[in-house]
Design a protein around this ligand. Structure first.
Ligand code: PLP
Length: 457
């Protein structure tokens, strides 16, 4: 930080302050974690200065031998870790990984067919009529993904997102009675809609997904199964999710972030079957900007860490902690979507407390608990105010907290929620953000959070 301080002290201060914030609050954001010093240090190096468009051994720039080494090692670790045929470690983020995957499937299936029809190898060799026809065909392709309010991600076909504009999209949701994916309804929608791509995976679904069944449905309608395991990649790496619940043996293409439960640097990853490897590897420069070699170095370190036996123990503790947290909340009368959890996250429905997610999130933050508001299925408050709060255990488990502490945290959360009242003078949207919180409860909660964390610096 001293080198930064010499140039721009305000940035140095913000960096130092962020370390303090992360140290001093209960980090329960389900998509966050603490990367190891080895991962962080691997990222801060001169590889950042190198241009390396292309892939290892096939670059558009000279002098890439060290980047080749790093990218090859990262891909090797990723393949071994997940048992995948092929790994592409360049995506800068999870959203980028999803774009690469969509582009690869479109290229392989739609563009590939057009090239074969025309008897050429490259789109540049199509005549104008064949090119116009291909563009029309690309625009007609269908995507079926989980809806946002059921726990899917923006990039799974949400209309305002690019994925919702690239594709003719439709969503599947969850059973209103149970909150669980209704595979029969999903199968019926797939049969009728016949998507090119069926997307599985989620940002806010607290249960397991049966990927064997998903693949069966995809095969039945001729779709490619893509699984976005951004949230639960750490549980796959740690062999907590196996068999039907491990996406890698079942999906043709799997995308992920590397910074959530997987505990690596901020970034993305694509795993795929051999038949898609060539297209996926063209992600840069066809979809992505130049690779971030320093981040690929950090991914290699993180994947190597995740291959160690300790990581399996970590992944199991993440799930055990989430279950303890859920049980503690239920015992104290907090309503949970689906009534519990099978993975690393818990989705609280705070409408029972007469609150919006926005009010609950802010009151918890004041009390030393960092969470994020999240829509619940059929949420009457929409995606901005919401009726839910999502919490997850990857970060606090890294820090060493266990099931005993989770019960204490459940008590702390339940106590704060019971002490919040919406102050809605009048109506209107803004009232969905206003609340009062008993100051004594807030101060006591902050003290309890600090005491809990003091044992796990
Ligand atoms: N996919 C899922 C399922 C996610 O939850 C997220 C994170 O919010 C992403 C993709 C996007 O990841 P990133 O923020 O790295 O682009």
């Amino acid at each position: 930080v001293d080198a930064v301080r010499a140039v721009e002290p305000r940035v140095a201060d913000a960096i130092a302050s962020e370390v303090e914030d992360q140290r001093a609050s209960l980090k329960l954001i389900a998509s966050e974690n603490y990367a190891s010093p080895a991962v962080l240090l691997a990222m801060g190096n001169w590889m950042s200065d190198k241009y390396a468009e292309g892939t290892a051994g096939r670059r558009f720039y000279a002098g890439c031998r060290n980047v080749d080494t790093v990218e090859t090692i990262a891909a090797e670790h990723a393949r071994e870790l997940f048992g995948a045929d092929h790994a592409y470690v360049q995506p800068h983020s999870g959203i980028d990984a999803n774009l690469v995957a969509y582009w690869a499937v479109l290229s392989q299936r739609v563009e590939g067919a057009a090239l074969r029809r025309a008897g050429v190898r490259n789109v540049n060799d199509l005549d104008d009529r064949a090119w116009a026809e291909l563009r029309r065909e690309l625009g007609d392709q269908r995507l079926l993904g989980m809806s946002l309010d059921a726990g899917g991600h923006l990039t799974h076909g949400f209309r305002p997102n690019l994925s919702g504009k690239m594709f003719d999209q439709r969503s599947y949701g969850t059973d209103p009675a149970t909150g669980l994916i209704d595979y029969d309804a999903l199968r019926a929608t797939a049969r009728e809609f016949r998507p090119l791509i069926l997307v599985a995976g989620y940002s806010a679904y607290p249960r397991l997904v049966n990927f064997r069944l998903m693949r069966e449905i995809a095969d039945e309608v001729g779709a490619t199964l893509m699984v976005d395991m951004a949230h639960f990649a750490g549980l796959v790496a740690g062999k907590v999710l196996t068999g039907d619940f491990d996406p890698v043996p079942h999906a043709q293409i799997v995308t992920s972030t590397t910074h959530k439960s997987l505990r690596g640097p901020r970034g993305g990853l694509v795993l795929c079957a051999e038949e898609l490897a060539e297209q996926v590897d063209r992600g840069c420069p066809m979809v992505l900007g130049g690779p971030l070699p320093h981040v690929m170095a950090a991914k290699a370190v993180a994947f190597a860490e995740a291959r160690r036996p300790e990581f399996r123990d970590y992944a199991q503790r993440v799930v055990d902690n989430a279950r303890a947290l859920a049980e503690g909340l239920l015992r104290r009368g907090v309503r949970l979507v689906t009534g519990g959890t099978d993975n690393h996250l818990v989705l609280l429905d705070v409408s029972g407390h007469g609150l919006t997610g926005r009010q609950a999130e802010a009151a918890l933050l004041e009390s030393g608990v960092v969470t994020n508001r999240n829509a619940v299925p059929q949420d009457p408050n929409g995606a901005w105010y919401t009726s839910g709060v999502r919490i997850g255990t990857p970060a606090l488990t890294t820090r060493g907290l266990g099931v005993g502490e989770m019960d204490e945290i459940a008590d702390l959360i339940a106590t704060v929620l019971a002490a919040v009242s919406p102050t809605a003078p009048g109506t209107g949207e803004a009232s969905k953000a206003r609340y009062t919180l008993d100051a004594r409860v807030r101060d006591e909660a902050n003290k309890r959070a600090a005491d809990l964390l003091a044992d796990y610096p």
